[in-house]
Structures are given as structure tokens and as C-alpha cells.
Design a protein around this ligand. Sequence first.
Ligand code: NAD
Ligand code: ZN
Length: 341
Amino acid sequence: MKSLVKALPEPGIWLEDRPVPAIGAEDVLVRVRKTGICGTDVHIYKWDDWASRTIPVPMIVGHEYAGEIAELGASVRGLAVGQRVSGEGHVVGGGSRAARGGKYHLDPDTKGIGVNLPGAFAEYVRVPAFNIVPLPDSVDDEIGAILDPLGNAVHTALSFDIAGEDVLITGAGPIGIMAAAVARHVGARHVVITDTNPARLDLAGRVADVTPVNVATTELRDAMARLKMREGFDVGLEMSGAPAALEQMIDHMVMGGRIALLGIPSRAFPFDLGKVVFRMITLKGIYGREMFETWHKMLAMLESGLDVRKVITDRLPAADYARAFEQAASGRGGKIVLDWT
Ligand code: NAD
Ligand code: ZN
């Protein structure tokens, strides 16, 4: 089968012919139709420090996918060949206290499809049946292929009660933009999204009813004044990983504000914890999606009118992977979807 492989420990990615994976009794073989390119895939493509520490080579990459079930393991019940599916890319160990208590997303023994297990940028991917999420008819394959990052957005945006609250999102990447759409969908009052990249802020304005603020050229306080906001934001969703964005967020929260952190800083940075203490701010880290509560809520919201389709800005055949990865690495567009059919 055609597969995008991290074949060598150096920048790049290679289209290679690989055997179709053999599945175990509790696995499902998915015939992949569409895949999304994630920031993680770009790190692997560029072969940065994180990637070279984390990815065993060779490795088929990719973890954002939708497709149909091609084969079921002998013990799998409740799924059918031909069924349209996506799936959770975090494969849990299951032996930890958290997993045995049903908090699968807190399992420390988690492995990642396309990170340390063979990935989905291929004609077929092996997935544990436990991880499979059937797709409703109203969720087509390209939306199915971006449920993993939409799930990051949903998990973060729903970490705190945001109905009727003023929400600040720092970072208008695909996930920040989708979080803005979710915040609007569940009834936040003002949703302000910041970035320093005008193209990303334009895209945010096209995807969701939000107030984009370019913090390279505009004071956030001025944007707040225009919205007649007096005190600060009630909830913050940090989606850039930029130290300056977190600092700015903390400075613009109400006393007792709540912040969910999804963005991953590229390195450790100094940070004024005193502001968090004296202003009684809650910080909560977010990793992945809750299994499977986030998936349930995400699909329910898509079925009740949440629309994130415009965040997909590029659709390319898998054979055009080189162009797709160049575009993804440029940070210009939104989500890029590859077609494997
Ligand atoms: P992205 O890199 O496409 O977007 C980040 C955006 O932040 C960019 O548009 C960038 O211009 C902007 N930015 C940079 N400095 C800023 C500043 N000072 N203020 C405001 N914005 C600024 O990333 P993405 O794919 O949308 O993902 C968002 C973040 O979430 C990334 O850090 C990613 O690594 C992380 N992530 C975390 C998880 C998790 O499970 N915790 C999962 C997926 C992604
Ligand atoms: Zn991803």
C-alpha cells in the first residue's frame, strides 16, 4: 500500500510502498479515504528536536483520518465492514489506575498512532476497535479527517463553563479557530481571538463570528474597550504555545479567571507565577481528547449546527504530499486535507 513514511532521521517525508498491516483479534483495519495534516506531522517532517527524540525511524506518520472499515479482528463486536469511521489516535495501555477508573485520557501509558505506532497516512491503518468512532451520515470524510484537532478544540473550549462568558483565545491556528467556533456555538458572549499573522486572523473571521485582534499592531485593551468589556476575560484558551501570548492572557483576565492551556511551548520559559496567585487564576493543561466524552459532544455539536468546514483551506491528492507539507510548514493557510482514494 502507498504510505507516507518518515524513512530517514533527517528533514523530509517519503512516499513508499509498504505491506498492508496485519490486524490482531481486537483490531480493525481501516481503508483510509481522507487525512488531515497536523502540526505534529510538520514537526516530524522538519525533524526538530522533539521529533528526533520521539519518532522511531522508519515510521508511517499521520493520525487524523476518516475512512471505512475494511476488516474486523476475530473478537470485534458492534462494528461492520464498510462502516464509515474515524478514531482516537491515542492508544491507551489500560493498566493504570486512571484507565481502570475510566479516565482513559489520563492514562500515562498512552502511545500515538503516527508517532510511535504505524500511522494513517497510508491506504490502510490498523486501529484498536476500542479507538474506533463511527461517523454519522451528516459528517463527511473531510470533516471526519479533522475530528482529532476539532476534538482538541472542543476539549479545551468545554473545560470551563463558557456560556454567557467573555472568552479570549490566543493563537488563530486551525485549533484556535475551531475553538472560537465552538465557543460561539455553546453561547459565549464575546469571543476574541489573537494572533500576529494577518492571514490567520482573516481566516478566523471567515470561519466563526469572532473578534480577531492582531496583537502585533493593536492593543488588546483597545479591542476590549470597543466591546465595552470593563474588567477582563472570564475564560482563556491558550492555543499558540507562545510565552508572550500566555503572559498577555494572564494580564487581561478577570480576578478568578480560568485558563485552559493547549498550546505547547517549544521550550521552558520564565513566568510570573505571582500574577496567577494574587489574581487567583486557575490554569488547566489539556492533552488530546477525553475518551470518549469529547468525541460524543463534538459529533453532537456538528449534528446541531457547529460548522468548521471553512477551516479547511487546501484539499490535495495524497500524491501531492510534498506541496501539502510545504504549505503546512508555511503557516499561511488553515487545515490541509489529503485524499487517499
Ligand atoms: P499553529 O501553530 O497552526 O497555530 C498557532 C498560532 O499561534 C499561529 O497562527 C501563530 O501565528 C500564533 N501565535 C504566535 N505567537 C502568538 C502570540 N504572541 N499571540 C497570539 N498568537 C500567536 O497550531 P495549531 O495546529 O492550531 O495548534 C495550536 C497549539 O496546540 C500548538 O501549540 C500545538 O502544538 C498545540 N497542540 C496541543 C495538543 C495537545 O494535546 N495539548 C494537541 C494538538 C496541538
Ligand atoms: Zn493532530
